[in-house]
Design a protein around this ligand. Structure first.
Ligand SMILES: [Zn+2]
Length: 135
């Protein structure tokens, strides 16, 4: 796959070729040819700018892909049980303390619920209260 640096080098070479055309006497004496070369140089400069923008967009997308991969790998290790989300053990069964289902589903936040009393747990983030044993 062609990378951004290769495209930039090609555009730079094209710019140098366009500039060197002006050294040819028959071209430099023609106003029409000089105008065409100026347009060519502007087009090359615009292309370089667009490629630089593309490079920025690609970097942003790469970062988004990295973040999403992290979320997917984290999400794949969760298991839903009794309306709560838990980390999944190697056997796929829930282990540890439950995560707040509201924060997880609405904001993709992994917030462990904490015990309020013998019957209820609450979320330290959204402060929603859940029955400790929903069944
Ligand atoms: Zn919550």
């Amino acid at each position: 796959m062609t990378d951004i640096a290769t495209i930039m080098t090609s555009l730079s070479t094209a710019g140098s070729v366009a500039k060197s055309l002006l050294d040819i006497k028959s071209i430099s004496e023609s106003a029409e040819a000089r105008l065409a070369i100026a347009e060519l140089q502007n087009t090359i400069a615009d292309s370089r700018s667009e490629v630089a923008d593309l490079k920025d967009d690609l970097m942003i997308k790469d970062e988004m892909i990295r973040t999403l991969k992290e979320k997917i790998s984290k999400g794949a290790k969760l298991v839903r049980h009794n309306e709560m989300y838990f980390d999944a053990g190697e056997d796929g069964k829930p282990i540890g303390d439950p995560y707040c289902p509201r924060c997880l589903e609405a904001a993709d936040l992994h917030v462990h619920l904490v015990r309020s009393n013998a019957d209820y747990v609450n979320c330290p983030n959204c402060e929603k209260v859940f029955p400790r044993d929903p069944n």
